[in-house]
Design a protein around this ligand. Structure first.
Ligand SMILES: CC(C)(COP(=O)(O)OP(=O)(O)OC[C@H]1O[C@@H](n2cnc3c(N)ncnc32)[C@H](O)[C@@H]1OP(=O)(O)O)[C@@H](O)C(=O)NCCC(=O)NCCS
Length: 169
């Protein structure tokens, strides 16, 4: 299965909102307008993962923050169609975000539900460590979040933002 990672377009927000309903049913899933607002943020970078038919099977976004001297980044979201989990697509998306963050340098932060073992494992594999607990962070569920941090590292050695990759079928 070939997966293409490329920048998100405004036309993609309908499919993103559809996936959000499935992936985050308990935690105020983002609607189309939330994605449009994120896309408009000058410091945000959003990407999609598409299969060979062009169907979007995942999405992710990061904010590039701080200053040139003290850059930092914050992963805002990452999600993969449940029918395509465990094929390496989440890894491709996260690595593309980290490549983008690595261009500027600085640490990368994120929040993740304390009960989200799949995501925590994915993040730990990419150098993130738990540095704090935020009680009742997610609403309306009231679920707690871990704050995770990845120290400043170089980006991944891929050339450019658009990549094709083979994942398991
Ligand atoms: C987290 C998520 C994006 C991972 O996407 P994915 O495409 O399934 O991830 P990958 O196939 O690249 O998995 C990479 C690694 O993460 C870990 N992992 C992924 N799913 C896992 C699971 N269900 N249980 C345990 N570990 C898991 C594994 O270490 C896996 O490597 P392996 O398959 O070689 O063992 C996906 O589960 C998802 O969309 N979850 C719902 C949305 C979400 O929670 N997003 C994160 C919000 S902070």
């Amino acid at each position: 299965m070939t997966i293409r990672i490329e920048p998100m377009r405004p036309a993609d927000v309908t499919r993103c909102a559809e996936l959000e309903q499935v992936l985050f049913p308990e935690d105020d899933p983002w609607h189309e307008v939330s994605f449009l607002s994120e896309l408009a943020g000058p410091h945000n970078r959003y990407i999609t993962a598409r299969d060979a038919d062009g169907r979007m099977v995942g999405y992710a976004g990061i904010a590039l923050l701080g200053t040139a001297d003290h850059p930092e980044a914050e992963v805002h979201t990452i999600g993969v169609d449940p029918a395509e989990h465990r094929r390496g697509i989440g890894t491709l998306l996260l690595e593309a975000l980290l490549l983008e963050a690595g261009r500027r340098g600085g640490p990368v932060f994120l929040e993740v539900r304390t009960d989200n073992a799949p995501a925590i494992t994915l993040y730990e594999k990419h150098g993130f460590h738990i540095i704090g607990l935020r009680k009742n962070y997610y609403q309306p569920s009231g679920a707690d979040a871990y704050t995770m941090r990845r120290p400043a590292m170089a980006g991944f050695p891929q050339d450019g933002f658009t990549t094709d990759a083979e994942v398991s079928s």
